[in-house]
Design a protein around this ligand. Structure first.
Ligand code: ACO
Length: 156
């Protein structure tokens, strides 16, 4: 093996399974100021490719969790959480998770999500990846300040 291969950073994605869902719960507790209920994790186990863990040199450091939503007008993907542990940010891991979701969401009309209005890094990240702010929801968050959220959307 050449030295460049030995020292290269290895990014890979993995499924969320009953055996590692506890790892996802721990990641989300560290990354997000919001506490997700047990139902969230049960649902994540049912969404197939719309939930994924990301590994950096075999260490699990982030995850994405989405759900499918159908209303009168469309079937769309709602991104519930996308997060990477702080020391591993700006290494391309968030984009890797997002690209995976976009690849597997082509059957849906759009993808949308909420971002706290003060979360500048997430807003930058999503805007760089083709999302646009389509709405502001007052008091979306009940237990964190500020409570308002932007709604970001990308047509698929
Ligand atoms: N400021 C400016 N641009 C940024 C920032 C930042 N803080 N973070 C990422 N970007 C840009 C990168 O520069 C990169 O663009 P480039 O390729 O042109 O250089 C692009 O976004 C992709 O960056 P990644 O390295 O793939 O992003 P990262 O792995 O850091 O993940 C994320 C971004 C998920 C938003 C991360 O900052 C994070 O985990 N934040 C905490 C959790 C969070 O707020 N998640 C989103 C909340 S909304 C929701 O979960 C649905």
């Amino acid at each position: 093996m050449s030295p460049s291969v030995m020292t290269s950073e290895r990014i890979s994605l993995g499924d969320v399974t009953p055996n590692n869902v506890g790892q996802l719960r721990k990641l989300n507790q560290v990354i997000f100021p919001v506490n997700y209920a047990e139902k969230f994790y049960q649902d994540v186990l049912e969404v197939g490719e719309l939930a994924k863990l990301v590994y950096y040199n075999d260490v699990c450091v982030g995850a994405v969790c989405c759900r499918k939503e159908t209303n009168d007008k469309e079937t769309r993907v709602y991104m519930m959480t996308l997060g990477v542990l702080k020391p591993y940010r700006q290494l391309g891991l968030g984009r890797r998770l997002l690209d995976h979701i976009l690849e597997h969401a082509s059957a849906y009309s759009s993808i949308y999500l909420h971002v706290q209005i003060t979360n500048g890094s997430a807003l930058n990240f999503y805007k760089k990846n083709g999302f646009e702010v389509v709405d502001t929801e007052k008091d979306y968050y009940k237990h964190i300040e500020p409570r308002d959220a932007y709604v970001l959307r990308k047509a698929l």
